[in-house]
Design a protein around this ligand. Structure first.
Ligand code: FES
Ligand SMILES: [Fe+2]
Length: 391
């Protein structure tokens, strides 16, 4: 017997009222510390693109919670990541956020211990070395690094295993047909959001807010205007199972090709996309907790998060284009649209944060459309639980 339509592809919505995380999870210093230890210091995190470290001796420094990391390209072209801390008495090594090392050594500004670009301690300018001291025992603290399709990820776990590829949510989209490695940066937007990092991901994981918060986006993506993310978010989806109108299928409004102010593509479409990928309008791939990337027919946008404090999160959005698009096309229309959507989201995230200190609000409650948010909450809960059992 053929499975029924609802058995093949069931309704996405939550069947019962699920609680949110407790309100204190969004501002309490202790929970923030637990988030850092259980999540941010144990997962693959996007830091930059390989192209940002194109030249030998190029370096960048990054802060993750309280940890500072230096990522560099050595003289034979390999990338390395280290804690930005000297093995002598713990001085910071690099002070700038980016640049090029002046020599094939990293030299501490305090007492001039020098390390090779692979992190080995090579020079200690003391008059003599004490008994029991071996330079080989004092390399820089190495940090695991993994390159995924031109994007550089680090992992602060000492025993980090696997690769950044495995950090992508398999339930999110596949960008295999987008030429990510060869794209170039057309625009970068940096923001400090006054909200906990989890508030941003919660907002990302539902579109109930779309009709009210994103008027223009809701016109471009009609299903968002219904407060839904995809066809199976509608309890009545079976009634419209064969209806390919975008308010049911999830694609862009008729005549639109991409996320831009006028809905038009600006430059050649990526040639490798399937008709379904072109019709989808947007394809998201997510790697918790640090990034998502969305593919459109003519460009790609990444959003990277870094926790700065219990109620502060850094956000860097970057628009990536084929080199020929950037050379030939005015991209303002694209940048303006994405910026507007991001500004709308970050503003509402800050408003959400503002309300969470009420002594009466212990936790919230989720509606059926917030099923992905519930999945995110469970992901956070599981990481905290695993951390507690494994120490
Ligand atoms: S702290 Fe770096 S050389 Fe002394
Ligand atoms: Fe939004």
């Amino acid at each position: 017997m053929q499975p029924s339509a609802s058995e093949r592809d069931p309704y996405n919505g939550l069947a019962r009222a699920e609680p949110t995380l407790p309100s204190s999870a969004y501002w309490d210093a202790e929970t923030y510390q637990r988030d850092l230890e259980a999540i941010w210091y144990r997962n693959w995190l996007l830091v930059c693109r390989e192209a940002d470290l194109a030249q030998p001796l190029a370096f960048r420094t990054f802060r993750v919670g309280t940890q500072e990391i230096v990522v560099l390209r050595d003289d034979i072209g390999e990338l390395h990541a280290f804690h930005n801390t000297c093995r002598h008495r713990g001085s910071q090594l690099c002070q700038e956020s980016e640049g090029r090392l002046k020599a094939r050594l990293i030299t501490c500004p305090y007492h001039a211990w020098s390390y090779s670009l692979r992190g080995d301690l090579v020079r200690v300018p003391s008059k003599s070395l004490p008994d029991g001291f071996d330079k080989a025992d004092h390399p820089l603290y190495r940090v695991a690094l993994s390159v995924w399709r031109g994007f550089v990820f680090i992992n602060l776990r000492e025993d980090a295993a696997g690769s950044a590829q495995a950090s992508f949510d398999p339930a999110s989209g596949n960008l295999g047909n987008w030429p990510l490695e060869t794209l170039v940066s057309g625009h970068v937007l940096r923001k400090v959001m006054n909200c906990n990092w989890k508030i941003f991901w919660e907002n990302f994981n539902e579109c109930l807010h779309c009709p009210g918060v994103h008027k223009d986006l809701s016109r471009l993506v009609p299903i968002y205007g219904r407060g839904l993310m995809s066809r199976h978010d509608d309890p009545e989806w079976v009634r419209n199972a064969d209806n390919d109108a975008p308010e049911f299928s999830g694609g862009l409004r008729s005549g639109a090709e991409t996320w831009s102010r006028d809905g038009r593509a600006h430059g050649p479409l990526f040639p490798g996309l399937t008709p379904a990928e072109r019709a989808a309008g947007q394809t998201y791939a997510t790697s918790l907790p640090s990034m998502f990337i969305v593919g459109h027919v003519d460009y790609v946008r990444t959003v990277r998060l870094m926790p700065l404090g219990p109620e502060q999160t850094g956000l860097i959005a970057e628009w990536l284009f084929a080199p020929e698009t950037l050379a030939a096309t005015d991209i303002d229309n694209i940048i303006a649209f994405g910026t507007q959507v991001l500004e709308e989201d970050t503003a509402i995230c800050e408003i959400n944060q503002n309300g969470l200190h009420s002594k009466r609000h212990m936790a919230g409650v989720l509606m059926p459309e917030e099923y992905d948010l519930h999945r995110f909450h469970n992901w956070v809960r599981e990481r905290h639980a695993t951390r507690e059992t494994t120490g």
